[in-house]
Design a protein around this ligand. Sequence first.
Ligand code: TYM
Length: 336
Amino acid sequence: MAKQRILSGIQPTGNLHLGNYLGAIRNWVDLQEEYDAFLFMADLHAITVPHDPTRLAEDTYKVAATYIACGIDPEKATIFVQSHLSAHSELAWLFNCITPLNWLERMIQFKEKAIKQGENVSIGLLDYPVLQAADILLYEPDLVPVGEDQKQHLELTRDIAARLNFQFGSEENPVLKVPEPMIRKEGARVMSLTDGSKKMSKSDPSDQSRIDLTDPPEVMVKKFKRAKTDPERGLWFDDPARPECHNLLTLYMLLSGQTKEAVAAECREMGWGQFKPLLAETAVEALSPIQARFNELMGDRAYLESILKTGDEKARALANQTLDRVKTALGYSKPL
Ligand code: TYM
């Protein structure tokens, strides 16, 4: 039987952080064994907020190198660049014409980002989830493994697919396959180091709020040392009054590869002064080999280019099939 398929992507904007790793990439590494994985760099999404054209291409390579450095195996997974395949933009346009405006106006991420940008907010930012729906539905994945913050976008993707199927397909012959989100419980929402009620985010103006995957060891140590905590003694999970404590314990659990029970028992009596250096050391240990591999890969552009060339080609074949099917369902003539 053919393997089931997963698809996911990350925007090449700024440095990737622990949230991206623990909420997304780490899970893909596990899933690539069992699933046919399609993983891409969402560089069309990266320009929905003001961007630096001198960095876009380089940042895209950096994300590809990060995937591989974290353990994505290019022999197993297909790694490609969104903007290299025109099918993404083209399907997004077709979806634009069947998606009600008010579905987009209620997207939480749009509202949050739009507030930050004031009057300069672009149509692209509003339309962002439609492009994401195209990214996903082109590849007919069974599952889309993401962090918690993408849940609403995946619901919209399912709604767009269902609407198009209803309007232009039939129950026996749907045009698009409706995928399921896959959001793991642990790590799906890594929180900011400066405020345990906010998620760790690339767009947070404070560097101190996140651990970047490329942070040198001394920077990680400093960031954990300064991370917000509380005056309680003893550390435990799941206390709504102690969001920072829950977050830092969860990071320790995931980075050390231990069970929740083991971490709860180990840290029950600890104070912050003992726990923070332990967490920092564990993070440095987990990320050092990733950083070494990342630097190696960034020094071998020819290798990265060959991976992306193969990935683009494989992705294009699949994407064009779906795009053709949608265009036919919508009634377009075929180019002669
Ligand atoms: P992006 O680039 O913001 O984030 C990439 C992935 O990292 C996860 N993530 C987190 N997980 C846990 N804790 C956090 N603090 C945290 N911050 C980010 C995200 O949930 C995501 O899985 N719109 C997407 C990119 C995209 C996409 C797609 C994803 C475009 N098309 C199609 C899946 C399928 C985004 O901006 O992710």
